[in-house]
Design a protein around this ligand. Structure first.
Ligand code: SF4
Ligand code: SF4
Length: 437
């Protein structure tokens, strides 16, 4: 049988062996904690604490700033030191609540629930109140995603277990160590859509996860485990929907328009905690890896912790990294300052050596066509990059520039090392910003 996949894509070195076989480890935070008010798509959260307030673990410290927004919770106990702009991974200064950690970890009391007694509205409210957002990178508030206009038209709820980005193994560890939470979280989402079937979509380089999830769902006729061809970007929303359901969506559509809801593994587990245990989103799993790290592995990290502390917990640096990236090597953000906090969307911290980073300078296009062959968006990257460099916005849109999912395949494959994705990404940002006005 043909493997489930999509058009285009690449097979980069995956670097997953560095961290995949080590169990997850919890980090106990020591220093001050920084909570940016904007760590999701939508309106920034609004502080409900002031300087000098004492806060507990699990206490709400910022209210959602609107429907498309999310509240923020303290992940340590201590005193609010100040509220001021702090640098985040994008390099921007974002207004943040700073808490002096008192090392006591005094916690609020959570109210657990029997899922079977909850209405759909109550489930969505619990997810909204817990501040759950898409933890695969986008940070879109989950309660909004789970409230499509026509919920009866949702046919599939897809758990994105692909983890196609090289080096990242946090979803893998979650599926190995806590698979019940993944399956139970998916079952909660399925309660919201009575006509939908659940799909656990896993790349076939994780046969152990496929086996565990199949065993756990053998008596769940409404849930299937689908093995996908291992290929980047198999976990991108559009590519995943196409591979698992055969339905195609374009940039003007939402997954719900194609009858699909997609949530990644960590988000689904956060939904499980929010609904069954009444726990807000306070931590996530972060892969700290790369050949410049002494002990690459996955950590349970409390949101708000400084990136320096993550590196320290991973045994520190064994050599000066050539490049430090927040997120995966394909879609992550290169960092110039490690003094930034872990947020709800921080999936990984990579410290890469010279050998791991291609050192070649960009040169002229040799018209080899490889960027076109690998592009899952079926566009012509070299043409779009030229439009972007020349600021030809109309031409860019006419050449379907908005269908690019910013996967990075074209830059990766280009023998001339042209920074295609970077140029296309900047132009897309500009077009989207103009549309919003
Ligand atoms: S143009 Fe966009 S979608 Fe196509 S390969 Fe490049 S980054 Fe990926
Ligand atoms: S892969 Fe690079 S060199 Fe080849 S056509 Fe595309 S931009 Fe030009």
């Amino acid at each position: 049988m043909a493997k489930l996949t999509f058009h285009g894509g690449i097979h980069p070195y995956d670097g997953k062996d560095l961290s995949k076989d080590k169990p997850m480890k919890e980090i106990i935070p020591r220093g001050e904690m920084v909570y940016p008010l904007s760590q999701h798509i939508g309106a920034p959260a609004v502080p409900i604490v002031t300087k000098g307030d004492h806060v507990l673990v699990g206490q709400k410290i910022a209210e959602a700033g609107g429907f498309v927004s999310a509240p923020i919770y303290a992940t340590v106990s201590g005193i609010v030191k100040t509220i001021e702009p702090r640098r985040v991974v994008t390099g921007d200064m974002v207004n943040s609540i700073i808490v002096d950690n008192d090392q006591q970890f005094e916690e609020v009391t959570y109210i657990s629930h029997d899922v079977d007694t909850l209405s759909k509205e109550e489930i969505i409210h619990l997810i909204q109140e817990a501040g759950v957002v898409g933890m695969g990178g986008a940070g879109f508030p989950t309660h909004v995603k789970l409230s499509p206009k026509e919920p009866e038209k949702i046919d599939y709820v897809i758990a994105n277990c692909a983890e196609c980005e090289p080096y990242l193994t946090s979803d893998y560890r979650r599926m190995i160590e806590e698979p019940e939470k993944v399956v139970n979280g998916l079952k909660i989402v399925l309660k919201l859509f009575e006509h939908a079937r659940g799909i656990l979509a896993v790349e076939d380089n994780k046969p152990d996860c496929i086996e565990i999830l199949k065993k756990l769902t053998k008596d769940e006729p409404n849930i299937s485990v689908k093995a996908l061809q291992t290929k980047y970007p198999q976990g991108a929303e559009r590519q995943l929907i196409y591979a698992t359901t055969g339905r195609a969506i374009h940039s003007g559509m939402l997954p719900a328009d194609a009858g699909c809801i997609v949530d990644n593994v960590d988000t689904i587990v956060a939904i499980y905690h929010a609904v069954t245990e009444g726990k807000p989103l306070m931590n996530r799993i972060v892969t700290v890896t790369g050949n410049a790290i002494n002990d690459p592995r996955n950590f349970y990290v409390r949101i708000g912790m400084n990136y320096h502390d993550l590196i320290e917990e991973a045994g520190g640096l064994k050599t000066e990294p050539e490049k430090v990236v927040s997120g995966g090597p394909m879609m992550g953000i290169a960092l110039f300052d490690l003094n930034v906090p872990t947020t709800k969307t921080a999936s990984a911290l990579l410290c890469l050596t010279k050998d791991e980073v291609s050192a070649m300078e960009p040169s002229a296009c040799i018209n080899c066509g490889r960027c076109v062959e690998v592009c899952p968006g079926r566009v012509v990257p070299k043409k779009l990059a030229v439009c972007a460099e020349r600021h030809e916005e109309e031409e860019f849109v006419a050449n379907h520039g908005m269908e690019c999912c910013e996967c990075g395949c074209c830059s990766y494959i280009c023998p001339a090392k042209r920074q295609l994705t970077q140029s296309i990404k900047s132009m897309r940002k500009m077009v989207l910003a103009k549309k919003k006005k």
